[in-house]
Design a binder for this molecule. Structure first.
Ligand code: FES
Length: 145
């Protein structure tokens, strides 16, 4: 991690804590982010599903073909833990077929140092569909309902 990144990095938790639970919700500057440990890798993505804002913390991690995903509890899209791609499958065929809809979920950077995990918010101007659930427009819709 460079000096500029060091300034932006937020301590999330210890590596051991995340390994014990597999996924953990954190909040950085008001943005809920989900941190994962799966098969030795640490990754982080927006917590609200790109599709309709489902809470990914309530999903299970599953392998969908070549993609390791968190499966949204609302309508079962998978979100690839490393790329943020949305994955759907045809499971009525043998073997099942899984396809990507492209990158939909904003991913954030995770760094490990001295046994701790630090997250850096991805503020890249490229739009991701999950961004909508962090807008004032969506917050006001949520408060009305
Ligand atoms: Fe996540 Fe629909 S809200 S799949």
């Amino acid at each position: 991690m460079g000096a500029a990144q060091e300034k932006e990095a937020v301590l999330a938790c210890s590596k051991e804590d995340l390994i014990a639970v597999g996924k953990k919700l954190i909040n950085i500057k008001g943005r809920e982010i989900l941190l994962f440990h799966y098969k030795g890798e640490f990754t982080a993505m927006d917590q609200f599903c790109f599709h309709q804002g489902g809470p990914l913390i309530a999903g299970d991690i599953e392998e969908m073909g070549k993609y390791n995903c968190i499966v949204c509890p609302w309508h079962n899209y998978g979100l690839c833990l490393t790329s943020g791609e949305a994955i759907y499958g045809y499971t009525g065929v043998d073997p099942p077929v899984y396809k990507s809809l492209g990158k939909k979920q904003r991913m954030h950077q995770v760094h490990e140092r001295d046994g701790n995990l630090y997250v850096i918010l991805n503020t890249d101007p490229e739009k991701h569909e999950s961004d909508y659930y962090y807008t004032e427009k969506y917050q006001s819709v949520r408060e009305e309902n």
